[in-house]
Ligand binder design. Structure first.
Ligand code: GLU
Length: 434
């Protein structure tokens, strides 16, 4: 059966209106099946997370009142190594979302061939409503609740949406008090002073830059002629914008929760970064930039650009708007920004979609470097990190690109085949216990 037919069949089962991120991840996974000889039983293992923990997280607010939030930690697979994946604080966090994100981490670590499985965590909350001390209390209580699951050789959290080095610092400190041992390798993305890796803060954006340049080169597009729209100006979107701007591309659109902005002559990203450093909520709202107009989020996604980098949340490019996309290349900075139904539409249009599990893998690759340095108690220089990061991502891109060409399939399918087969092989070699 042709890939388009299979995709259509799968997407007919679940329409975008009911999109549930875990179903979306399973739809992507199921598309791989006919391209592999993975036995049924192994397939069932791949489709189900190893462990799902739901925790109640009560905190005392600054006014003395108690509020209870729900948190999760999902371990999708430990077949290739300890589970690995970030923690997000967002009102949209659900168990289905965390399960999907954990699965994507498994495939991502396998595609770039680092010795990790996949996991993810999150708390359903709006961190913009917390004071710093409330944020610290929720982080420490959540860490205590997931403590039975995490560990340097078990499951290693990291930053994700709305979490940062400070949140990781509180996690490592809480673990140290609970265990009585110094265990910096229990979490990555920490501050440099307490065992963080030089370059980790920038790594996901740097990876997006490496992959974007690699793809432009393969497509014969001159970076100096490239116009890029970036959805999301958080850690990934802002750093990718800066680095791609430095590489010669023109960043013509940016956005965050406050709105989307279009500047056909290209943004001065350093000016934008200086502005958000001190703006209320670190948002783009009120940005003083000449030649800029405010547009809607949908207009940003539909701009006539060479590259679109969705670097916000899941399901931004869906059946409802995929037809409107005019970018020639989409580089997925976010996890799961394109639904399988949209993928099919983009495939028919000839859009090159660089999947999340390759495009945004720079973060976890650098997390791996941080973990190695923590275990060895031997820090590296930033140059070494950047060089190794470039080598790993270039190898992964080469492998995915070659497979896609050989089998005449999309980059997503090729990345999934590579990743899923590696995980399946690990499970088969280990055998099923007992
Ligand atoms: N949250 C990032 C991701 O989705 C990084 C995960 C990590 O470093 O473990 O890939």
């Amino acid at each position: 059966m042709a890939i388009q037919d299979t995709a259509r069949m799968v997407s007919e089962r679940i329409k975008d209106t009911e999109i549930n991120p875990y179903e979306m991840m399973l739809q992507q996974l199921d598309l791989v099946r006919e391209y592999t000889t993975i036995p049924d039983g192994i397939w069932q293992i791949l489709r189900n997370p190893e462990r799902t923990l739901e925790v109640s997280v009560p905190i005392t607010r600054d006014d003395g009142g108690i509020e209870v939030f729900t948190g999760y930690r999902v371990q999708h697979s430990s077949a290739r190594g300890p589970c690995k994946g970030g923690i997000r604080f967002h009102p949209g966090v659900t168990v289905e979302e965390v399960k999907a994100l954990a699965g994507w981490m498994t495939w991502k670590c396998a595609v770039v061939n680092i010795p990790y499985g996949g996991g993810k965590g999150g708390i359903s909350c709006d961190p913009s409503c917390f004071t710093r001390s409330e944020l610290e209390r929720i982080t420490r209580r959540y860490t205590t609740m997931i403590y039975p699951l995490i560990g340097t050789r078990r499951d290693i959290p990291a930053p994700d949406v709305n979490t940062n080095a400070q949140v990781m610092n509180w996690i490592v400190d809480t673990v140290q008090f609970l265990s009585g041992e110094s265990t910096p390798g229990v979490v990555t993305g920490k501050s440099i002073e307490i065992g963080g890796a030089l370059g980790r803060h920038e790594a996901t954006g740097r990876g997006v830059m490496f992959i974007t340049l690699g793809v432009l080169q393969r497509l014969g597009i001159d970076v100096a002629e490239t116009r890029i729209a970036v959805q999301g100006f958080g850690n990934v979107g802002s750093i990718a914008s800066r680095l791609l701007g430095e590489a010669g591309a023109k960043i013509v659109a940016i956005s965050d929760v406050s709105g989307a902005y279009h500047c056909p002559t290209g943004f001065d990203i350093d000016l934008v970064l200086d502005y958000v450093k001190q703006s209320p909520g670190h948002l783009l709202a009120g940005l003083p930039h000449s030649g800029m107009e405010e547009i809607s989020n949908d207009e940003l996604l539909a701009l006539d650009v060479d590259v679109l980098i969705p670097a916000a949340l899941e399901a931004q490019i869906a059946a409802r708007n995929a037809e409107d996309i005019r970018a020639r290349v989409i580089v997925e900075g976010a996890n799961g920004p394109t639904t399988p139904e949209a993928d099919l539409i983009l495939g028919e249009k000839g859009t090159t979609v660089v999947p999340d599990i390759l495009a945004n893998a720079g973060g976890v690759v650098c997390s791996y470097f941080e973990w190695v340095q923590n275990i060895q108690c031997f820090p590296w220089e930033e140059k070494e990190t950047d060089q190794r990061l470039g080598r790993i991502l270039q190898r992964a891109l080469r492998e995915v690109w070659t497979l896609a060409e050989e089998r005449e399939i999309s980059l997503r399918l090729a990345a999934f085949i590579l990743g899923v087969e590696r995980v399946a092989t690990a499970i088969q070699l280990r055998g099923v216990f007992p």
